[in-house]
Design a protein around this ligand. Structure first.
Ligand code: PEP
Ligand code: MG
Length: 571
């Protein structure tokens, strides 16, 4: 079965179907004389749920960090929300509903409202609400919650969906992989399984109905493939790949402290990590990142219903700056819009959101939002080596306007006698072909470029990065893309400056030789990819990579370039 590869690695084991224990909802009205007892039952269940969630939060904070624990903090807050609880209490008192029925009704009312929201992230919050409802009901029914850390043996956990609380309790020694029907890239299961480094495939649609407890399953988190009850030969093949993968990882981890230098030492490049929150810094350092090449700040603005105030942003940016110090941290200013909407900003519905009101366009239109963020970043720059990066710049005018607002923010801080790094470097993302074409002009006004290939490829080839049907067109090795990349790197070097890359292309170890040869200075990627890219770069000489890049630029067919890269990597 094919799903979405959510967390890398290969896991093999006996299937454990995490079934839903039937929760019996009693729809018959209660006797008026039992009203007090029913209300007491509800209060006891709320208290017990609170205790469980609090323990879970503390546990997860220790194991996975503050950010992952925030989910349970949010659960706790929902559970302490009086409007929500009063509605349940009222159903019992006024309608004589049983406590289980009252919880069921109120939870479904709210989760149905979440499910109507277009934003994928917020829609998934309905799962959180249902998670709370289940917890309350289980406690009302006095059912013991069997948690995933009590499994005995080695398992592949298969389920329709895994709630955040299920995933957080996964014991890594027992759970070899996760495969679930639902979920996308932004689901908490995907995010958490990556943090836990457990191979996972999500979005399999119906695996929980097909697999049975006791089956053998292979979960390939690298390709998104799950095989049930494999034959001997397949099993052996995957066991070998699994061993090779694990061996590679442990061997690669030994490179952690080594610099990323080419074989004969003639070129050194920086390998940095892409992060979405301060908690991701731990994984970055563990994998040997020499800094943060992309901090996607928009996550700070999501999962909530108002803008984060300056102080809150400052604390997050400062934490990253301090944790990574003396390594540099590139903070990308708000890149909202496209597929990332903020419902509380009341953004207009658009025909082509990826070509619409997003990122720097929105920030220049709402300078108060932009300046608040810039002030927070500047303040944090006093605590480490911070660089500022604007997304989606298409031409000089936008860049100048953005810099003008940055200057205003600096002047304000000066007046307030607040310290910040006066030499803070400013760069832009190159993700629009127009910016790549005029990179020689743009570089005059800034310190560095970072190429965002995720968008650059889609805009150059007019191929939506999210549309499966035309994914065959979405190819970073297309000659037009390679020429744009070369143009950008060369323009920066001629100006005595540098170019990084923070799109997914930078983390693809197979493509590293050509990027190295084109002269890329910094490769920024998800932390787990760093050791793989490092290994490839250390195995090549710069001359070899340059010759390869020169050759690749003369080839018109991306498949031929791929074949060429393969021969280089095999030799
Ligand atoms: C990119 O476009 O390559 C990029 C890194 O930005 P995002 O994926 O956040 O759009
Ligand atoms: Mg982008």
């Amino acid at each position: 079965m094919k799903g979405i590869a959510a967390s890398p690695g290969i896991g093999i084991g006996r299937v454990y179907i995490l079934g839903e224990e039937p929760l019996v909802i009693d729809k018959t009205p209660i006797e008026p004389k039992n009203l007090e007892a029913e209300l007491k039952l509800l209060e006891d269940s709320i208290k017990k749920s609170e205790d469980q969630l609090y323990k879970l939060m503390v546990n997860v904070k220790q194991k996975l960090g503050k950010d992952q624990a925030a989910i349970f903090e949010a659960h706790l807050m929902m559970l302490q929300d009086n409007a929500f609880l009063d509605e349940i209490r009222a159903k019992i008192s006024h309608e004589l509903a049983s406590a289980t029925f009252a919880v069921d009704q109120v939870v479904h009312k709210y989760s149905a409202q979440f499910l109507k929201i277009e934003d994928e992230y917020l829609r998934e919050r309905a799962t959180d609400l249902e998670d709370i409802g289940k917890r309350l009901t289980k406690n009302l029914l006095r059912l013991e919650t069997r948690s995933l850390n009590e499994l005995d043996g080695e398992f592949v956990v298969i389920a329709k969906d895994l709630s955040p609380s299920d995933t957080a309790q996964v014991n890594k020694d027992m759970v070899k992989a996760i495969a679930i029907d639902l979920g996308g890239r932004t689901s908490h299961t995907a995010i958490m399984s990556r943090s836990l480094e457990i191979p996972a495939v999500v979005g399999l649609e119906k695996i929980s109905g097909v697999a049975q407890t006791g089956d053998i399953a292979i979960v390939d988190g690298n390709t998104g493939v799950v095989i049930l009850n494999p034959d001997e030969i397949t099993l052996k093949r995957y066991q070998e790949s699994q061993e090779a993968y694990l061996e590679n990882i442990s061997e690669l981890r030994q490179l952690k402290g080594e610099p990323c230098i080419t074989r004969c030492g003639s070129r050194k490049v920086e390998l940095t990590a892409n992060i979405g929150s301060p908690a991701d810094c731990a994984g970055a350092l563990e994998n040997g990142a020499e800094g943060i090449g992309l901090y996607r700040t928009e996550f700070l603005y999501m999962q909530r219903d108002n803008l984060p105030i300056e102080e809150e942003q400052f604390l997050a940016y400062k934490e990253v700056a301090k944790t990574m110090n003396p390594h540099p941290v590139i903070i990308r200013t708000l890149d909202i819009g496209g597929d990332k909407k903020l419902p509380y900003l009341n953004m207009p519905e658009e025909m082509n959101p990826f070509l619409g009101y997003r990122a720097i366009r929105l920030c220049l239109d709402r300078p108060e939002i932009f300046k608040t963020q810039l002030r927070a970043i500047l303040r944090a720059s006093a605590f480490g080596k911070i660089r500022i990066m604007y997304p989606m710049i298409s031409g000089t005018e936008e860049l100048r306007q953005a810099n003008a607002i940055l200057n205003e923010a600096k002047l304000e801080l000066d007046e307030e006698q607040v310290s910040f790094d006066r030499n803070v470097e400013v760069g832009i993302m190159i993700e629009i072909p127009s910016a790549a074409m005029i990179s020689d002009i743009l570089i005059q006004e800034i310190d560095f470029f970072s190429i965002g290939t995720n968008d650059l490829v889609q805009y150059t080839l007019a191929a939506d990065r999210m549309n499966e049907r035309i994914s065959y067109l979405y190819n970073p090795l297309h000659p037009a893309v390679l020429r744009l990349i070369k143009n950008v790197i060369d323009a920066s070097h001629r100006a005595g400056k540098w170019t990084g890359m923070c799109g997914e292309m930078a983390g693809d170890s197979q493509l590293a030789p050509v990027l190295l040869g084109l002269g890329l200075d910094e490769f920024s990627m998800s932390a787990v990819s760093i050791p793989w890219v490092k290994k490839v770069i250390r195995s090549l000489s710069y001359e070899q990579a340059k010759a390869l890049a020169d050759k690749a630029l003369t080839i018109e067919n991306p498949e031929e370039i791929k074949a060429l890269l393969k021969t280089v990597l095999e030799n």
